[in-house]
Design a binder for this molecule. Structure first.
Ligand SMILES: Cc1cc2nc3c(=O)[nH]c(=O)nc-3n(C[C@H](O)[C@H](O)[C@H](O)COP(=O)(O)O)c2cc1C
Length: 219
């Protein structure tokens, strides 16, 4: 199995997968990875709906019906495409976020935890030699889809994670620079006025807030 850093630094979305899906043991590893997502307050703000085999056909039917309910005149071709969507992968995991009122953990943190769980599933899939792509689109929020799948009013369907063996060996993906996203925060010269919030422009010498300056003096 690939090591953790290789997994983290080589993951990419895999859109085309074969019919070969993870075994029960492999899927369990993906679930364990999800369960390790950081979770402020231990609220477990997510749950998963798993579609395999014939269940994917039912999901496709739900997708098709959602379009027909919106517009009974939807073309047969469009309905057929929706029916076929879930058959693009042997395993689909729908990630549902349920954030609740909490005095210390705002809704965005609970959503963040659910996102981490979803991403962990895709990382575990990659580590095991599977490909995954996180799909969303209008079907996530469609009322008919939500009701048909038992998604409650206080829940948000945040991902259809499609998982299967990559059809071909994935390339490295597009190169990404990270340097332009990073500010190297360094102490200001003693005569440089500190920046009020301590942020400097990328690549420039950033100012130190006063509290940090004092903290450093104590060291
Ligand atoms: C919140 C979210 C929603 C996404 N929705 C879709 C989608 O609906 N369809 C799709 O093909 N990919 C979707 N993606 C996958 C991205 O398109 C994909 O990550 C992007 O193309 C970059 O590819 P990479 O993951 O290989 O870097 C989504 C990713 C995220 C994080």
């Amino acid at each position: 199995m690939m090591d953790a850093l290789t997994c983290l630094t080589t993951r990419r979305s895999i859109h085309q997968v074969s019919d070969s899906g993870p075994s029960e043991d492999e899927f369990r590893i993906m679930l364990e990875a999800a369960s390790r997502a950081p979770d402020h307050g231990g609220l477990r703000p997510w749950r998963l709906l798993v579609f395999r085999g014939e269940a994917r056909r039912e999901l496709g039917e739900v997708f098709a019906q959602s379009a027909l309910r919106d517009d009974p005149g939807t073309s047969a071709a469009a309905v057929g495409r929706l029916r076929g969507k879930p058959l693009r992968a042997p395993l689909i995991v729908a990630v549902v976020c349920r954030s609740r009122e909490h005095p210390k953990v705002p809704a965005w943190e609970q959503l963040a935890s659910a996102v981490c769980a979803a991403h962990s599933i895709s990382l575990a899939a990659h580590a095991l030699g599977y490909g995954a792509v996180w799909r969303t689109g209008g079907l996530c929020a469609h009322e008919y889809v939500r009701k048909s799948l038992g998604v409650e009013d206080d829940e948000q369907l945040i991902s259809w994670m499609y998982i299967g063996r990559p059809r071909r060996r994935p390339g490295p993906g597009r190169a990404r620079s990270v340097e332009d996203r990073v500010t190297d925060w360094r102490p200001a010269e003693p005569d440089t006025p500190s920046h009020p919030r301590g942020f400097g422009r990328s690549g420039e010498r950033a100012g130190l807030p006063e509290f940090f300056r004092r903290y450093r003096r104590k060291q």
